[in-house]
Design a protein around this ligand. Structure first.
Ligand code: NAD
Length: 462
């Protein structure tokens, strides 16, 4: 099939590359010429494991193209996937300006394309415009109107929310748990979408074809559920801290109940990234707009935002007040909102770094892949280093992302290079008892802090 992906971000680029990998002829379109130039030189503008190789192979094979030429990209496509960003606006609504701008351009391109002159809405050659961006219920109808305002020629609409996870995006897309497609006509558009996705579900996983408003809601319901799990376990972790329980033990006892399960219930700094925060807020604003309050989801968001501030308070408390942070240096390990990605949107590490520098501290940070993306946001307000070099002169190490290489570091080197043997672990990577043995004062989430036992003696012994 001839496919155009609109937007070469984490979703459009991965899904477009995967479609081309199965033999489809795919054009990835973006308004950012720098991204397109990089891609035409075989360089991915985002970090995603395995993506560079897949892009280069399919680009070389002539079935994966990159362009800023919207008109041609739209006119030649049978299927157009809108994968542009839908960030929160200042009121927490999903901002649809990129989606609707793309829709208007699609309409103009359809109107000026040679081919069917319109009138036959059942035309099998009619393009399908697929909204893959996460959008509030009713957006597909707005996209349809925005296209129809520019053309009287036939086109079809489909909603196809995306469930890939950054860091595992290729595997998630190639072997999805399920594919969700919303259409108006089950046979025509539904059949063409099923044909596109059938090679991805040879593992027997389902393709659910449903009405468009339900498909739009599935994505929000799924993300709101996942966000709720994280805020839930963080709230329990905070209670554990207050009452001296250990959240690891509570987790084990609680999750052995099959009705609860043990997935996605890890306490920490809360969720970040470009999806859970904005999608939870978008659910809340859908509730407000429809006069259907969603107090649970509003609380999920509030708990999440508070969680990173609670962690900052632990740092403040340890040093005896915020004013005492001034002039101190802190090492941060992990900037990305989760391992496996360079995405720092809504990352807790950035909030902590901003609060520390605002308090007059110096921040030395390390992330395996996210220095450039962090620099785009924080610039030179913090400095960027190799992992162990962050520790020199630092009063504490703060761990914000559970990258695998942070799980078993050389603790002797960590302890000897830090000025004070103090770790604030926002991802519960280590056992408190081990940290105490290693001579650290160790703060984590939902577990009692431990103090360095004879830290000076351990340090002196090397
Ligand atoms: N990132 C994820 O893990 C993920 C997962 C599932 C769903 N989603 C959803 O998918 C959508 C895209 O997310 P993302 O993270 O890929 O976004 P992104 O910000 O990484 O990429 C969006 C891209 O669209 C481009 N763009 C904007 N307007 C355009 C236009 N008119 N024509 C062509 N290109 C245009 C931008 O330049 C940018 O490169 C969002 O709605 C998001 O909620 C994201």
């Amino acid at each position: 099939m001839r496919i155009t992906m609109v937007g070469t971000g984490y979703v459009g680029l991965v899904t477009g590359t995967c479609f081309s990998n199965l033999g489809n002829d795919v054009t990835c379109l973006d308004i950012d010429p720098k991204k397109i130039e990089k891609l035409n030189n075989g360089i991915s503008p985002i970090y995603e494991p395995g993506l560079d190789e897949m892009i280069q192979r399919n680009h070389k094979a002539g079935r994966l193209h990159f362009t800023t030429d919207a008109k041609t990209a739209y006119q030649t496509a049978e299927l157009i996937f809108i994968c542009v960003g839908t960030p929160s606006d200042e009121k927490g609504h999903a901002d649809l300006k990129y989606v609707l701008a793309a829709a208007s351009d699609v309409g103009k391109a359809i109107e000026s394309a040679p081919g069917p002159t319109g009138g036959d809405p059942e035309d099998r050659r009619a393009k399908i415009v697929v909204v893959k961006s996460t959008v509030p219920v009713g957006t597909n109808a707005k996209v349809r109107d925005a296209i129809a305002a520019q053309t009287s020629k036939p086109f079809k609409m489909a909603s196809n929310p995306e469930f890939l996870k950054e860091g595992a995006a290729i595997n998630d897309f190639m072997k999805p748990d399920r594919v969700v497609v919303g259409v108006d006509d089950l046979e025509g558009t539904g059949g063409r979408m099923r044909q596109l996705y059938e090679p991805f579900v040879r593992n027997g996983h389902p393709i659910y074809i449903m009405d468009i408003p339900s498909a739009e809601m599935v994505k929000y319901a799924a993300n709101a559920m996942l966000a709720t799990k994280i805020s839930f376990i963080n709230e329990i972790a905070n209670l554990c801290e207050a009452y001296g329980s250990n959240v690891d033990e509570v987790w084990r006892g609680m999750t052995s109940d099959a009705r609860i399960g043990n997935k996605f219930l890890y306490p920490g700094l809360g969720y970040g990234g470009s999806c859970f925060p904005k999608d939870t807020l978008a659910c809340v604003s859908m509730g407000t707009e429809s006069n259907t309050p969603t107090p649970l989801l509003a609380a999920v968001h509030d708990v999440n935002q508070q969680q990173r501030l609670n962690f900052y308070d632990k740092i403040v408390k340890h040093f005896g007040g915020e004013t005492n942070l001034s002039g101190k240096t802190f090492a941060i390990w992990g900037l990305a909102f989760k391992p496996g990605t360079d995405d720092v949107r809504e990352a807790p590490a950035l909030t902590l770094a901003q609060k520390l520098t605002a308090a007059g501290a110096t921040v030395k940070a390390h992330d395996p892949v996210a220095h450039e993306t962090t620099h785009d946001v924080l610039g030179d307000t913090i400095t960027y280093h190799e992992m162990y070099d962050t520790l020199d002169g630092a009063s504490a190490l703060i761990i914000c992302t559970d990258w695998p290489e942070f799980k078993q570091p050389n603790f002797v080197e960590v302890r000897t290079r830090l000025t004070d043997p103090v770790i604030f672990d926002g991802r519960n990577l280590y056992k408190p008892a081990l940290m105490q043995e290693e001579g650290f004062t160790y703060h984590s989430v939902g577990r009692n802090p431990v103090n360095a036992v004879n830290a000076e003696a351990v340090k002196a012994a090397g």
